[in-house]
Design a protein around this ligand. Sequence first.
Ligand code: ZN
Length: 364
Amino acid sequence: MRGEKFRRSTLMSPNRDALDQFIEAMPKVELHVHLEGTVRPATLRDLAQKHHIDLPVGDDASLAAFYRFRDFDHFIDVYVAACECLRQPEDFTRVVCELGADAASQHIHYLEVHFNPEPHARKRGITFTELLAGMNEGRRAVRDTWGVDMRWIADGVRDADSGPISVEQTVDWITRLDPSDGVVALGLGGREIGYPPELFAAPFRRAREAGLNVVAHAGETTGPASIWSTLRHLRPARIGHGISAIHDPRLIDHLAETRIPLEVCPTSNLRTGVVRNLAEYPFRRLDDAGVLLTVNSDDPPMFGTTLTDEFRLLRRHAGYGAAHLRRFTFNAIAASFLPSDEKLDLHDRCDSEIDSLVQSLGLI
Ligand SMILES: [Zn+2]
């Protein structure tokens, strides 16, 4: 009861209009966020000190400057630094707990979180079993503390120093797991250019035959041809990004007909320059064409965003109101890898929360 009062008073803040308050309090679901890309700046500094890693993150100003997005190469430096600092199971537990707290504060009820196990194990000596145990300790704590649920997507890295073995090794690990370990899919991340999907067709087939879902980044930095070949060779249940589909009307029709969802990450695409500005962003055109879109934050502190900010951006981009924005929560539930009974429960929970929010804000 006290919580409800607090929420109402927060919602009545005079500085924000009703739609912004709706965006903030709306229940959300996120399907494309990278665990290593969620490390908070202060946590990076703590972990670097703990592991005696030399990083330019001494005082608060230098820490903020290090995290500020400059260009893609610098973003990779920050990402690699975050990976370098994750060395022990408890480091993974900590970042999962912090991700859960950040999710709870944005009313994100469920997340599917990507992680890159193979480089961690190869470069820093932590075993897959140890790092997954650390992550699952965090997952349990997040569920108990915040009521936020998570599942994992284990990404092989297409341009890993170890070559295609990164994907093979990831499949070896995750096909041996129990559903209670929380890994629901194989993913494919890393540099698209020079590492086409056909190189990874065999391990992806092996994962599918073992009953795992598969997803892949495609059409982020490459054109629609790479989305077609990803669909053909990897048969993903969802595409990460996929926004270059806008350049191929036949592909747009195909995605709309098959309802293969895109995990769209607007701020990430704008920061990395794959789309020049918000006016040119293809979200609204893909949505209007009937493609099933979900809204995601990718690497939130590194791109200076949050999932809530992504919804604010879509409001500016497309003029969406509450009725439009709520659809993306339900799209994400439909596109998630939750078992059907849990999907239904999550759908009902979000539906009733949105209804009462809409009423309390007078947005009907
Ligand atoms: Zn991504």
